[in-house]
Each structure stands twice: as C-alpha cells, then as structure tokens.
Design a protein around this ligand. Structure first.
Ligand code: M6R
Length: 608
C-alpha cells in the first residue's frame, strides 16, 4: 500500500525522502513522487515504476522541506498524472495513504468553485479542499483541520504549502503514520524502517491526530483539536535488521530467520517452568476465566494461522473456536455469542479489513479482545485489551513467512494457557509441551537444511500452469498456505483442498500436467491420506509428497518424496510450512518473478 515520507530540516531533504521511499518499497507500489519547497515555489517530480526511476529524475532537485510518496493505485490507473504528491494551484501539496469515500461529492463542489482536477485520484480532492480553506486566511494547520472535518474515509496525509517553507502538517485516521524526531529536523513516515538512517526516536500518532511540524519543534492536536503530548519511543529496530545482507531476496532471508524469530517469540515461555496467562496481558487471567468460545478474525496468511489454531483450541483446550475472514465478517450480520474472546491475528497490525472486523465485533458487543501481532505500536494492538507480540522482526517480503510461523507459535501458547486454565493440561503434559517448544527452533533449522533438495525439485514446476495442494486435519490450512505462497510469488494458479474432498470435484482436474503437492505428516490421518494419494496416482497425477519419517510412502514412478524429519506432534504444521515456503521461493526464482514485490500486491493492505 502507499508509503509516505516527509521531512523539514536545515539540510537538503531529497536524499532523506528518496532513501525513505526505497525502504518503503516493500509495501507495494506502482509509481512514486516527491515535492520540495524552496524560494516560495513547489517543485514536484513524479515517475511511474520504481523509486530508482524517480531518483534518477531528481539529480537537480533540492529543498529544506518536502513530502514524498509511493502509490498503490486505488482510484485511477497507475500513471504519472495520478502519482502523488497532488498540488492545488501551485500552492498546497498533499500525499495521502487511504481512501476518501465522499470524494465524488467534494470533487463536484470544488469543481464548481473553480478548482481544476488533473488526476483521477481521490487524493487531489484533499489538496484542493485544504487550499480552499487556506485561501480564506486560515493557517495551514487550521485549513488542514477544517478540510479533514469534511472527509469521510481513511487517511494518513502530509501537507506542505509554497508560502510556508518552515512547516509541514500531517494527520492520520485509519492509516498508519508516525513522527520521527531529529535534532533541528523532523520527519514523518508510514513506518519506522523508512527513517532508521536519520532517527530512532518516534511518536506513534493516535487516530485523529493532526501535527504541525517545524525544524525545532512540533505540536500535536487530537481529534477534538486540543493540544496533546504523546510519548516519544526509542525504536529497538536496528538499521541492519531491515538490510538484505548476504541473501538474494528478503523472502529468502526471512525464511531463514525463522529459528531465531521463533526463539524470540517463545522466549517468555521457554525461559520459565510453567505457562501463565500474564504473557497475554495483565487482565488475561480474568478474561480467559470468563471466556466460553473464541472467534479469530484475520486475512490471508494470518487467516491460515487462525485455521490451524482452531484445531488446537478445540482439541487441546476443549474450547469452541470459529475463524472468519475479516473482510467477510465485517459486513456479515452475525449473532454475537456472549463470553467470546475475539482474537485478531495480523503481521502488520494495520490491515484495514481486520481493523474494521475488530470494530464490528466490538459494536456487536464483544469486549474481550486479543491481538496477536508483529508490530507493537500498530493500530490493532492499541485497539485490543490483550496482546501477544510475535517477535519475528521486520518482515519486508510481501509473502508472509516468519510472521506466519511465529503467529502459530503464539496461538499454540494461547491454546496451552487456555487448556491449563480449563484444567485440561496436567503438569506432565505442560512440561512436555514446553520441552517441544524449546526444541522448535532447532527442529525448524533441520527442515531448512532441505533447501538444496527443494531448489532442485522446484525446477520441475517452472513450466507448470496449475498446482493442487492437499492436506488433512491440522495440515489442511498448511496446504492452503502453501498454495497461497506459490500463487502470490510465482503466479502459478494453485488451489488447496482437504484431501478427503478430492473425489467431490477437484479430482476431475488431475492429469499428468497437474502437479499434486501433499503434506504428509505421520499422524492419525496418515492412512486416510495415503488412500487419497492413490486416487491421484490412479488418474496419472504427478505427486510431490512432503512426508515425515516412518510414513512408509516410497518414491516410485510419478511419486516424488521429500523426506521430512521426525513427526513433531501438534507443532508439525510449523515444520511442514517451511518446505512449502522454500518451494514457492525457488519456483518463483525459476520463473524470474519479482519475489519480494509480486505484481499487484502490497505488504500492508491499509485500504479496503
Ligand atoms: O498484516 P496482516 O497479517 O494483517 O496481512 C494479512 C494479509 O494481507 C497477508 O497475510 C497476505 O495474505 C500475505 N501477503 C500472504 O503472504
């Protein structure tokens, strides 16, 4: 989704803006632009394509104040005229992330007032609207506040004006934006990573905040326009943690970071002798004691994590659990079960649909809420009473990898805590699970060692157009996740089915050109799965089986086996995810796609 960077400084801000945009590239975008103020003028440079293309056009551009943007098209095709910043009458420039829902009404009104529109975007409305208030003698701050009061929708914006070289205004509601604090310079950005080369001191803005930012200071106003103080936080992220290092792609780096990410996420339980609800927040013990069922809301990969958790929560903790795609739940009329704990799962904590689903749940009367999230300062974490932070570190590749396995680890901890609280976990079982969790990072490392074999296997997929993924039980969501990974980065059409469903339709698709990838853990459903695999083989389907030790599935004509280590019990879905991530990665390499920034996709989906 769109990325924003802004700076007001005593030095030329163009290199800061360009570096910031480059660091936000992972969010997904199709065009980029910046505007700087100097000598009472605004100078704008825009470009379709990569930030590098924009940079090459900026050789002679400089200024002490500026705002910049990477655009992910919503209103209007990707083109230079639709790229941000948008400027009203050479006077007011705006960058925007979000969607303005009432832009058509506002556009007609501003049209009638003589404002000329040069793009198809909703954002241009904001520039003209602020300018119309500014032209009436308001300060840039008041003009922005007045304009924002007229907007319906979501926004994070940065604003500068040609006749105000010393102040930048920013505001957020529904889309992420933070303030970076420097010495005699200040910055804005969509996330911390954009500003790490210039500062580690940040203010995370609240919903409805509007900020007037100068070189030596800033004032924050809340949604009611009252002056407020917000805490300055020091980011723990190091600059290196968002660098590629020796890896070819962020996705590859992030796949390999999983042992460490899991060890970090599990630190609180692995260093202790017993499981306590407190790891989810101070009020967790009380809330969990009152919980009668669980509703998990999430999107994409995070939704798949929720689907795995349903098996765990019902089987181990004996608690009823439903899992819903957030974009569906938010518009569905549902019957709220009293005593339900609503769990939102998200890497970014900014996904618009998940936020809206959470708000919808709250409106439905659910007030027990828990966020499982990778970004401590994100909207979802702030909106929930309870929290468990996954400690995957920054995930830059659009395809979610380490965020997923750490979400699973967090959801497994939730299962164990719930189970213990409900008297379903003996002391002996608790110790056994803790032992397995401590061993998990090493077990994941062992699976990562299969990388060369999987790279070789991937060569057989490059020419394929379709693929079918099969799993059963706990591993059906892993098949879904494997298919999602393959389709999003290699553009091969991939579908996942619970293996028992094959004969109810998808078997018709199976022939020699349809690779069928199966997750084959050595669990209670193994024999059933083997029969399903026979059904595929009997129709000439080519099978690729990720099989645990002792499954006794042998390599044969049309059956390729990738030998996994010992079966890992309830934690097996985490291990079986790894080879599917690697397979997708190496197939994408074969196909030469843009692995970290697949076409049409964005990392943080901050619009509906
Ligand atoms: O940040 P979130 O976890 O809320 O994001 C949800 C999905 O957009 C995300 O998981 C998406 O499906 C990934 N690109 C899949 O790899």
């Amino acid at each position: 989704m769109c990325g924003i960077v802004g700076a007001v400084s005593e030095r030329n801000v163009v290199p800061i803006l360009l570096e910031g945009l480059q660091r936000l590239e992972y969010r997904g975008y199709d065009s980029a632009g910046l505007v700087v103020g100097h000598g009472g003028q605004l100078e704008r440079v825009r470009s379709i394509g990569r930030v590098a293309d924009l940079a090459s056009k900026c050789a002679n551009t400089s200024g002490l104040i500026g705002i910049a943007h990477t655009r992910w098209a919503t209103h209007g095709v990707p083109s230079e005229r639709n790229a941000h910043p948008h400027i009203s009458k050479n006077h007011v420039a705006v960058v925007h992330n979000g969607i303005i829902e009432n832009y058509e009404i506002l556009r007609s009104r501003l049209d009638a007032e003589g404002y000329e529109f040069t793009s198809d975007t909703d954002t241009e409305v904001i520039a003209h609207l602020i300018n119309s208030h500014y032209a009436r003698g308001n300060s840039l701050l008041s003009a922005t506040q007045a304009a924002l009061a007229e907007l319906v929708g979501a926004y994070a914006i940065g604003v500068i004006a040609s006749d105000n070289p010393d102040h930048m205004i920013c505001a957020r509601r529904g889309s992420p934006l933070l303030l970076g604090i420097g010495i005699e310079e200040h910055f804005i950005a969509s996330d911390v990573s954009a500003l790490l080369p210039v500062t580690r001191r940040f203010v995370h803005l609240e919903e409805g905040d509007v900020v007037e930012i100068g070189r030596s200071g800033y004032q924050i106003y809340d949604a009611e326009s009252s002056r407020v103080e917000r805490e300055i936080q020091i980011s723990e992220l190091s600059n290196e943690s968002v660098q590629l290092g020796a890896y070819r792609h962020y996705m590859q780096k992030e796949i390999h970071e999983q042992p460490q990410a899991l060890a970090d996420t599990l630190e609180s339980v692995c260093n202790s002798q017993s499981l306590v609800p407190g790891i989810f927040g101070a009020e967790a013990a009380q809330t969990f004691a009152e919980t009668g069922s669980i509703l998990i809301l999430a999107c994409g990969t995070s939704y798949h994590a929720g689907l795995v958790a349903r098996y765990w929560l019902e089987e181990i903790a004996g608690i009823r659990c439903t899992v819903e795609v957030a974009s569906e739940y938010r518009y569905r009329v549902s019957v709220a079960e009293p005593k339900t704990l609503v769990v939102v799962v998200s890497q970014s904590g900014e996904t618009a649909d998940t936020q809206a689903a959470l708000n919808h749940a709250k409106k439905n009367g659910h007030d027990h809420t828990l966020a499982i999230c990778n970004v401590a300062e994100s909207a979802l974490v702030r909106l929930c009473k309870l929290r468990m932070l996954t400690r995957a570190g920054p995930e830059i590749g659009v395809a979610s990898t380490k965020a997923f396995t750490t979400q699973l680890a967090a959801l497994f901890m939730l299962t164990l805590v719930m189970s213990k609280q409900r008297g379903r976990l003996s002391a002996e079982q608790e110790q056994k699970h803790l032992h397995e969790l401590r061993h998990l990072p090493a077990a994941v490392q062992k699976v990562l060692d299969l990388e060369p074999q999987i790279a070789k296997l991937a060569e057989q997929f490059a020419g394929k157009h379709h693929a079918l993924f099969l799993g059963r039980g706990l591993h059906y969501p892993i098949a879904l996740e494997g298919a999602l990974k393959l389709k999003e980065i290699s553009y091969i059409h991939a579908e996942a089915y619970p293996a028992g469903e094959l004969k109810h339709g998808p078997l018709a698709l199976v022939d020699k050109d349809m690779p069928v990838i199966s997750v084959a853990p050595n669990d209670a459903l193994l024999e059933k799965l083997k029969s399903n695999l026979q059904e595929v083989r009997a129709r000439g389907g080519e099978l690729y089986v990720f099989a645990d030790a002792h499954t006794h599935i042998s390599e044969a004509d049309g059956i390729h086996i990738m030998q996994m280590p010992e079966h890992a019990g309830y934690l097996s879905p985490i291990l079986h995810t790894i080879p599917l991530q690697l397979l997708a990665y190496y197939v994408a390499l074969q196909k030469g796609t843009d692995v970290d920034k697949p076409r049409n996709l964005a990392k943080s989906v901050t619009v509906e």
